[in-house]
Design a protein around this ligand. Structure first.
Ligand SMILES: *[C@@H]1O[C@H](CO)[C@@H](O)[C@H](O)[C@H]1NC(C)=O
Length: 576
């Protein structure tokens, strides 16, 4: 238990420093925890606010040393000094076998400062050993808070190799930024490039978050832990369970495979915090996707030594993802009739409209009709990002009832057909030609609960018995709603008559708005509550004998496009 309670430094289990036998024989127990820094061993220490001392000695023959201090989440001020005692340490030790080492190293002597530095990233001092030094003292101080650090002592010239190597340029670069993705690249580490591909002792990890760049993996882990604790506290306070979306949890589970040396309890499994991690293996290019548009993100790359459980941080970067592309949206006015054309035949094209029905019921009617035969046009109506309906628009009127939303987004999309692409490939010099076009109308519908009733059939009947030289009698089906019906007539020329057939008939898209007033022969109101019996008739007079006429009936409405009945061709009698 003193292991945990130690005021200065935590040294547990196997990490108990191996005090040099020459200085502290095995049977000697220090009076208070003496903190020896072992050579060639990664030592994790907890730094309370204030000063902490670690001691070490070097082998007599060691020509040089290197001391590495790796702070966790706050800057550390650290210094190295060599202490030379007046008494010969070995002699003094041998004569006072039962005393604590401190007794003699705090005795009279001289102290020489070797190095002093404040650092918030991995920092190494490399230098020659001091032949007269009795002992070396490493002083550490955390100015801000309780923190942790990892310390490593290496005897000898060259680098210890315990920490992975960063390249000369350790910056992370952004190669590309999109709406939901960012591509990063960084110079590869010699630790990875010098190894055969098969040896998986190192890997890069990319950390993404929306707060800041991290200078160490430990710092990131620390923040995750704190956030987790806060969340837990909040949860306790609220006394109800909140379900947090678990993002990339698999990765955080991987953290467990890199526990901090000597502190297995600090393993981390983060639920979705602001931090997301992607392990990249040994590739030095990484595309992060599923990001939010128009959001700032911070990216850090860590190089991890899987064997030694050490890591080095590249110099992180940040980027803001692009905004979502806003399509041009045309606002539709109340009752407005609009022709929508798609001039570019060669590619699929689209157009956006918005409509706000008047009145508190927010209801309205959207009617559409395609006016170009076999061109495929699709309409999709959505509100607040939810698709309400999506359907094909053809020659028949499409009625879409809008209800309950203050505004609607209408998306018309012309789908490129296979023949289009063929003709585009074969005959690029023919622009336009057939344009897809759609007739569209929107109107608010007050005090209504649904789509207006439609006639059961749009056929017009003419009665042969009632056909005269100057007049014909037409009949068509109405609806149970009181509506206005208008009849238009057009006399066919001799050639048109002879050509006959479909060509002579009125195009389905030709509405009353595009017909001459002189063609209008009659308008009448009609209503029949029983839809089966809703037949209405009209006698059209003033015709010439022996001539062919095309008759059109339109069901006019206060709102919505007029409904056109199928054109009917009738010939007046030649002789009466
Ligand atoms: C681990 O540390 C040792 C030195 O203690 C070093 O030689 C080695 O390269 C390091 N990394 C791996 C992956 O072995």
């Amino acid at each position: 238990s003193w292991c945990l309670g130690a005021a200065l430094v935590l040294f547990c289990g196997s990490s108990w420093p191996q005090v040099r036998s020459a200085l502290a024989p095995e049977n000697e127990v220090p009076l208070r925890p003496t903190t020896w820094l072992p050579e060639g061993k990664l030592t994790s220490i907890t730094l309370p606010k204030g000063r902490t001392r670690l001691y070490f000695t070097l082998k007599k023959k060691a020509p040089a040393m290197s001391v590495t201090v790796s702070p966790c989440d706050s800057p550390i001020e650290w210094g190295l000094a060599a202490r030379t005692l007046k008494d010969k340490p070995l002699k003094s030790l041998q004569s006072t076998k039962k005393s604590t080492p401190e007794v003699w190293w705090q005795g009279p002597g001289t102290e020489e400062k070797i190095h002093s530095r404040t650092s918030n990233t991995v920092d190494t001092y490399r230098g020659p050993s001091y032949p007269h030094a009795s002992i070396y003292i490493l002083r550490l101080r955390s100015k801000q808070q309780n923190t942790r650090a990892t310390v490593y002592l290496h005897e000898g010239l060259g680098p210890s190799g315990i920490f992975p190597l960063l390249p000369a340029d350790p910056r992370v670069h952004t190669l590309g930024v999109g709406m939901t993705s960012v591509t990063l690249s960084w110079a590869p580490s010699a630790s990875i490039t010098s190894l055969p591909q098969t040896q998986k002792s190192y890997e890069y990890c990319v950390l993404i978050n929306s707060q800041k760049n991290y200078q160490s993996l430990c710092g990131a882990q620390e923040d995750t832990r704190k956030e987790k604790e806060q969340k837990h506290e909040k949860k306790e306070r609220k006394r109800r369970v909140t379900v947090w979306p678990i993002l990339k949890e698999w990765w955080w589970q991987q953290w467990d495979t890199y526990p901090e040396p000597q502190s297995p309890t600090s393993s981390l499994t983060a639920e979705s915090t602001g931090l997301q991690c992607v392990c990249q293996g040994t590739e030095s290019v990484c595309t992060i996707s599923e990001l939010l548009p128009d959001t700032q993100y911070y990216f850090d790359v860590f190089l991890i030594d899987i064997v030694n459980r050490t890591s080095m941080a590249y110099k992180g970067t940040f980027a803001r993802t692009h905004e979502e592309a806003q399509p041009a949206i045309t606002t539709l006015r109340e009752g407005e009739l609009r022709w929508v054309t798609f001039p570019d035949r060669h590619f699929s094209s689209e157009q956006f409209f918005s409509f706000r029905p008047r009145g508190w019921q927010h209801s309205g009617l959207l009617t559409l009709q395609s006016c170009s035969g076999d061109e495929k046009v699709k309409v999709t109506v959505s509100s607040k990002g939810h698709v309400l309906t999506s359907q094909a628009v053809g020659g028949d009127l499409v009625h879409i009832w809008l209800q309950g939303n203050p505004s609607y987004l209408i998306h018309l999309e012309r789908e490129a057909t296979a023949t289009d692409q063929l003709s585009a490939a074969n005959d690029p010099g023919l622009p336009g030609g057939l344009m897809a076009s759609v007739k569209m109308q929107t109107s608010s519908a007050y005090h209504r609960k649904g789509v207006p009733s439609l006639p059961s059939t749009l056929q017009i009947k003419s009665f042969n018995r009632l056909r005269g030289c100057n007049s014909v009698t037409l009949a068509w089906m109405g609806t149970e709603e009181r509506s206005l019906y208008c009849v238009y007539s057009r006399k066919l020329g001799i050639y048109e008559d002879e050509a006959g057939g479909v060509a002579a008939l009125t195009a389905p898209c030709l509405g009353p708005e595009s017909r001459s007033d002189t063609e209008r022969v009659l308008c009448k109101y009609f209503q029949e509550l029983n839809p089966q019996r809703a037949v209405t008739t009209a006698v059209i007079g003033g015709l010439e004998p022996g001539m062919a006429y095309v008759f059109d009936v339109y069901l006019m409405r206060r709102w919505g496009l007029p409904i056109k009945y199928a054109s009917k061709m009738v010939k007046t009698r030649k002789e009466c």
